[in-house]
Write a protein that binds this ligand. Structure first.
Ligand SMILES: [Zn+2]
Ligand SMILES: [Zn+2]
Length: 131
């Protein structure tokens, strides 16, 4: 599906900036912070404002186009892959890795009448390159 259509489907008006940001997220897969996205796109979009990047990331997350990952309180990262998967953060190099998780069993063990809005699995440790 074209990016513009995908954005429209999530009730987000596809502007040039939004399309650029979404394409960056979908191709880089590096779980960037809004600041990383801003710095990476500034080269090709010199008029880009930091505020619009931050607002766009928040909007995307709100519309479930991407997921916000807050492993550390002071650092929000974003992921265009909204399927269930776990995140492993290396405490040495700071990189965030994906891994597969099956949350269905855990969700079933939740008592009745609880409704889940968000689900996250985070691990911290050292990655192979840092071990
Ligand atoms: Zn590492
Ligand atoms: Zn991820």
């Amino acid at each position: 599906m074209a990016t513009a259509e995908l954005l429209r489907e999530h009730d987000v008006k596809p502007t040039i900036v939004r399309l650029k940001i979404y394409d960056y997220l979908i191709t880089q897969k590096n779980h960037p912070t809004a600041d990383t996205v801003y710095k990476s796109l500034l080269g090709e979009m010199p008029t880009l404002s930091k505020t619009s990047v931050y607002n766009t990331m928040d909007l995307f997350a709100e519309k479930n186009l991407i997921q916000a990952i807050t492993i550390e309180e002071n650092e929000t990262r974003f992921d265009a892959d909204t399927s269930d998967h776990g995140h492993f953060k290396c405490i040495n190099c700071g990189e965030v890795f994906d891994f597969n998780v099956d949350l269905s069993e855990m969700m079933h063990s939740l008592p009745k009448d609880f409704s889940i809005k968000e689900r996250h699995v985070y691990f911290k440790g050292t990655c192979p390159a840092c071990s």
